[in-house]
Design a binder for this molecule. Structure first.
Ligand SMILES: C[S@@+](CC[C@H](N)C(=O)[O-])C[C@H]1O[C@@H](n2cnc3c(N)ncnc32)[C@H](O)[C@@H]1O
Length: 224
């Protein structure tokens, strides 16, 4: 079983809030609490500045970035996730370098520009989820010399058996090249630093380790 609430393929969840609140209500913690390995790999060499994490969930990436010296804004559609993320930041002693804002991305977006904008697994089975438009807005929020990092799944989790009718089966998981094309970045203003699939080990809910294909696109806006 996927453990996800059952819906009909192509169902419109409204703005997606009910789906994600339902997902977070399933358990006190749904993600590992560890930062995403691709984020750690791709960001480790960057000098800390202002960062924005889109779809930050329970805040593990935000906390890791803050520990590296970044000042981080995390945003998510789900209030439950943000309550947990704020608590994790406080426990980690980085509350002063983090802020959390609730946004239905696609309808609203955090103010300002950032040296790093990240979107880790910003996928949603909601058919009306405007991922491409959100990522284009994310690129606009990158300051001169700053970086946009989009980490995504290249396939569904091997241990999850989605039943007919589960919206995850209809989810399109774009390649890094597709993400790059959809950003429509102005010619000569950005460098592509990473556009690749990678393998990583992910633990299923029963603790068993599996290999999973993910991908990452990292682009840098030219300095002014
Ligand atoms: C697959 S989770 C990834 C969470 C986290 N980035 C991570 O890597 O563990 C996707 C996250 O995006 C959030 N999300 C989905 N649609 C959203 C939207 N329209 N606006 C803001 N957040 C959204 C969900 O609530 C969820 O926390």
């Amino acid at each position: 079983m996927s453990g996800h609430p059952q819906h009909t393929v192509g169902e419109d969840f409204g703005d997606g809030r009910a789906f994600w609140e339902g997902r977070y209500a399933e358990s006190d913690r749904i993600w590992s609490g560890e930062p995403n390995t691709a984020l750690v790999r791709e960001v480790a060499e960057l000098p800390p500045g202002r960062a924005l994490d889109l779809g930050c969930g329970e805040g593990a990436d935000v906390v890791w970035l803050a520990r590296q010296g970044w000042t981080v804004t995390g945003t998510d559609i789900a209030e439950t996730a943000l309550v947990r993320a704020r608590a994790h930041a406080a426990e980690a002693g980085v509350a002063d370098r983090t802020r959390f804002e609730q946004h239905v991305l696609g309808a609203s977006f955090p103010e300002g520009t950032y040296d790093l904008v990240t979107a880790s697994f910003l996928h949603s089975p909601d058919v009306s989820f405007p991922r491409e438009a959100i990522l284009r807005r994310a690129a606009e929020a990158v300051a001169p010399g700053g970086t946009l990092l989009v980490i995504g799944h290249a396939g569904l989790a091997p241990w999850e058996t989605y039943e007919e009718g589960d919206p995850h089966l209809a989810l399109h998981l774009p390649s890094p090249q597709e993400v790059l094309e959809s950003l429509r970045l102005p010619e000569g203003e950005w460098d592509v630093l990473t556009a690749a699939e990678h393998d990583r080990v992910q633990h299923a809910p029963d603790g068993e380790a599996h290999h999973r294909r993910d991908n990452a696109l990292k682009v840098r806006r030219h300095a002014a």
